[in-house]
Design a protein around this ligand. Sequence first.
Ligand code: CA
Length: 516
Amino acid sequence: MQSQGSSAPRCIQIHPRDNVAIVVNDGGLPAGSVFPDGLVLTTRVPQGHKVALTDLPEGAPILRYNVVIGHASRPIARGTWVEESMVRIPPACGLDSLPACTEAASAGAPLEGHTFMGYRNADGSVGTRNVLAISTSVQCVSGVVEHAVARIKRDLLPRFPSVDDVVGLEHTFGCGIAIETEDADIPVRTLRHISRNPNFGGQVMLVSLGCEKLQPGRLFPDGSVPGCSGAPGTVILQDEAHVGFESMVASIVRMAEPRLAALDARRREPCPASDLVVGVQCGGSDAFSGVTANPAVGFASDLLVRAGATVMFSENTEVRDGIAQLTARAATPEVAQALIREMAWYDAYLARGGADRSANTSPGNKMGGLTNIVEKAMGSIVKSGSSPINGVVPPGARPREKGLLFAATPASDFICGTLQLAAGMNMHVFTTGRGTPYGLAAVPVIKVATRSDLARRWHDLMDLNAGTIATGEATIEAVGWELFHLLLEVASGRRTWSEHWRLHNALALFNPAPVT
Ligand code: CA
């Protein structure tokens, strides 16, 4: 419920130096609306869109978050809707002579005493769910695996009540990929590392076709999976022992049974918050993302880091315009260099396709008030809070450090989520302004709405409403603490809405390698 005063014209200026503010009111505001400080709208301004706070001559810098998000393409009068066509995007900043470690201040005193009930694994990681995952080496086996998963759920799962789910790790990687290229290692190591996700309890099994480029020995080079108990069980569909479809399904079901029994013996035990590995990302962003949900996530991220946990933020194109902020917050010069290396690699990757970071923004972002990628990036990057950046995780890799990490991934929700799964996340936080029913089968996803209107309409999809920050009913700090406590509860077993409805998006591998 919005407070009674929320129908009065309200806008939010993020930084005192900003010369634009965004309109808060549901449905936007008509021309003639008067704000408490006397500002009068000369045009209609939709919700989340920008209004000029001063007269802006042609070429004037347009400031939001105290950052130049563009230059006026024509004179803009005070009180006018600053539309996309009025803003010229600045070029991306160079990657030479960036600041390094100039602002690597601590996020605050250690936060003690916060725990959750998790599943401790042999390799020291901690699961938040108890899931049997069936890895696959090639797309060709997907149909058979899907069939086997249904059979396992029907015939076996009822006997193992402590196991939450059975998941086929299906994907579109196939023999078309030029597997000897350096870039092909990204999807391969992603699949290898996903099988080690803490929620799978070290019980790895693999379904292979037999003739694929990604042979089992290439997926798991030592014949074993680091940190997992024993060699992964492998079912090869082309094995001569298989006569007919039913025998393939029976082999998979047979291999699943002892693994389900091992998972069923897992018990939750008290674990410190430092065992959380939280992946944060946003999708379907709007102008409120950077005002409400993402700052609240940033506050919670600082709390998690203070509690000793690991937090990964991602989305290369949504941090590219804020790279100087990140290198300044790097804990060491090596981390600053790694950030620059990932940005340079991604710039080159986009350039190969004739694109740059400006290709990121969607029609929905723009309808939601985000004019361009610079503005979107400033709102996205605040999810990282204010902690020093302790490490950089290349796409598909596993982190070595704890604390705040940059996991270099595309901004695509599904690819980012898949890469964060590979990096070992055991909790996922996802903010959205336009609204997306995103969910993952392997790890719980807490969805945070940027606007009260979305939270009201999608009351059984959104887990937390940060829109109350825009209306002044709540503070960033209060919502940040709420998210922190919700993370501990969900990590302990409380179900999210996407788990309730079983909304599971498919894995999406990042494959920058050529396809033959
Ligand atoms: Ca995203």
